[in-house]
Design a protein around this ligand. Structure first.
Ligand SMILES: Cc1ncc(C[n+]2csc(CCOP(=O)(O)OP(=O)(O)O)c2C)c(N)n1
Ligand SMILES: [Mg+2]
Length: 513
């Protein structure tokens, strides 16, 4: 085997099944190796940020890494925002970056750059193979690293000449990921806090899985604690008869007001909540130090800790069904934040996946969808916009039997339109709903909250997505996705029902009033 073949053989042994790729000359031996050893579904993405976003969506759904194959430093740089989001999500993800031949780097060819410097910003592990023989071991180490600490990103840089040289035939055996543990002292501390006074359990990571929510629901039933969830969770199982959680508000004043209701906030699978931005006069942390009680961090065994806590509190096995907010009525007329959310929540299918990157357009969706049928809810995790279309693509690859709804605000959507092409090419079941308010509305909201009374022409031009409007129907169609625009709740309901009844990707532009 040459180095490239040994890398692919090692990836197969490590259980890698999907590769989201945008290759160049330095990755061509790897592309050939993917052909020679079938077993890894390889998907061309027309922008690296779509590839990395797709690997994030895939990893969130399957808790195992997909591989991203990217071209040198510039290819990696293009994928950085969604690698940032994936790091925040705690997604296992494997990056393989082609590099110039070892002997050529010294001459500083045009595409050369400091790949390690880029990789270090988001990678739990970064490694450069220095010869063909070590590539398979390096690959196995990288995949292993993606499973440590609840999930992370590993980046392996493979020079072109190492890919081509003889690597021998040895592929290392797969090693089990060491099981994470939890602290019994933290369990006792959390039990004490929950018994003491009015408290909340703030859930993130695995705490928002079906098992996590059920355990938390039992603990809440035993103690009267409220359940909260991170504002920007990676994945939350929702709907059906699952316990519900209140989402920590985005704006820190509102989040602080909620947190102040509790004597203790017990953290399960997340960290002490931090305000999205620093606002003058407001603290960085949403909870005080005294209030904050750590049950288990994301890197620990969150389910084990919740189980031990439920046992310590003698929590009942059955969760009493709380009165649920009913689904909103099917709206009529103009499309606004409320009506778009209501239509989606009413029509989204059982066992669907909703990738939600809809900023102010989607503000009502979390509450509106509380009583929807069971679904997996994915959100933008790292605040770096342009994640949704890629992540929806990856989620659809990961879960072929499930409908994916990608609810996007127009500004966010415009970053990653190339994802539509991969959705069309792979005939993925992704329905993109663009909430088209034709502005970066969140920035207007921030101006308003900062007390800015009137915007000058430059500030207005920095927040308006008009002149010209984005023509989403032509954008979608241009990438091969059947697309339609609607401007009423009835129209959105009709088109969403149509899209749900069919296989394959669809785009619906919901033009807001
Ligand atoms: C990578 C990146 N670039 C820029 C920003 C700054 N930013 C945050 S929200 C936003 C606009 C979002 O507009 P849209 O998606 O239309 O949502 P709306 O506010 O209209 O609901 C921008 C530019 C960011 N968060 N991340
Ligand atoms: Mg917008």
């Amino acid at each position: 085997m040459n180095g490239a073949q040994s890398l692919i053989a090692a990836a197969l042994r490590e259980g890698i099944e999907v590769c989201f790729a945008n290759p160049g000359t330095t990755e061509l031996p790897l592309v050939l190796a993917l052909d020679e050893a079938p077993g890894i579904r390889s998907i061309l993405c027309l922008h690296e940020n779509v590839a990395t976003g797709a690997a994030d969506g895939y990893g969130r759904m399957l808790s195992k890494p997909a591989m991203c194959l990217l071209h040198l430093g510039p290819g990696l740089a293009n994928g950085l925002t969604n690698l940032h989001n994936a790091r925040r999500a705690g997604t296992p993800l494997l990056n393989v970056i082609g590099e110039h031949a070892t002997w050529h780097i010294e001459a500083d060819p045009l595409l050369a750059s400091n790949i390690e410097a880029l990789a270090h910003t988001f990678s739990a592990s970064t490694k450069r193979s220095t010869d063909a023989q070590s590539i398979a071991v390096n690959l196995a180490d990288a995949v292993h690293a993606t499973g440590i600490g609840g999930g992370g990103i590993a980046t392996l840089i493979v020079p072109h000449d190492c890919q081509m040289a003889d690597a021998g035939d040895e592929i290392p055996a797969r090693r089990p990921i060491p099981k994470s543990s939890f602290s019994s002292a933290n369990v006792s501390g959390a039990a004490k806090a929950l018994r003491r006074g009015k408290s909340a359990i703030l859930l993130g990571g695995v705490g928002l899985s079906e098992a996590g929510l059920k355990l938390a629901g039992r603990i809440a039933a035993a103690t009267g604690a409220d359940l909260l969830c991170d504002t920007f969770f990676a994945r939350m199982e929702r709907g059906g008869d699952l316990p519900t959680a209140t989402r920590l508000p985005y704006f820190p004043d509102q989040a602080l007001a909620l947190a102040r209701r509790y004597e203790s906030v017990v953290l399960a699978g997340t960290r002490r909540p931090v305000a999205f931005f620093g606002y003058p006069g407001l603290p960085s942390y949403v909870t005080s130090e005294e209030q904050t009680v750590v049950l288990a961090t994301r890197a620990e065994d969150v389910l084990g800790a919740l189980e031990a806590l439920a046992a310590e509190l003698n929590a009942p096995n059955d969760i009493p069904q709380k009165q649920r907010t009913p689904l909103p009525a099917m709206p009529k007329g103009q499309l606004n934040t409320q009506s778009v959310a209501a239509v989606i929540a009413r029509l989204q299918p059982e066992n669907g996946i909703v990738m939600d990157e809809a900023l102010t357009v989607g503000m009502a969706y979390f509450d509106s969808s509380q009583s929807a049928p069971r679904f997996s809810h994915l959100m933008l995790t790292g605040g770096a916009i342009g994640q949704g279309p890629g992540a929806a693509t990856g989620a659809a690859i990961a879960c072929p039997g499930r409908k994916v709804i990608n609810f996007e605000s127009d500004g966010c959507g415009a970053y990653s339109i190339q994802a539509f092409w991969s959705q069309a090419r792979e005939n993925l079941d992704v329905i993109t709903i663009i909430g088209s308010n034709r502005s970066y509305n969140i920035l207007n909201v921030e101006f308003e909250r900062a007390g800015v009374k009137a915007l000058g022409p430059i500030a207005r031009s920095m927040t308006g997505l008009d002149h010209p409007y984005l023509d989403w129907v032509r954008i979608g169609e241009g990438f091969g996705v059947p697309s339609v625009a609607v401007d009423s709740a009835e129209g959105l309901a009709r088109e969403l029902e149509n899209a749900l009844a069919r296989k394959g990707p669809r785009l619906i532009e919901a033009i807001m009033s």
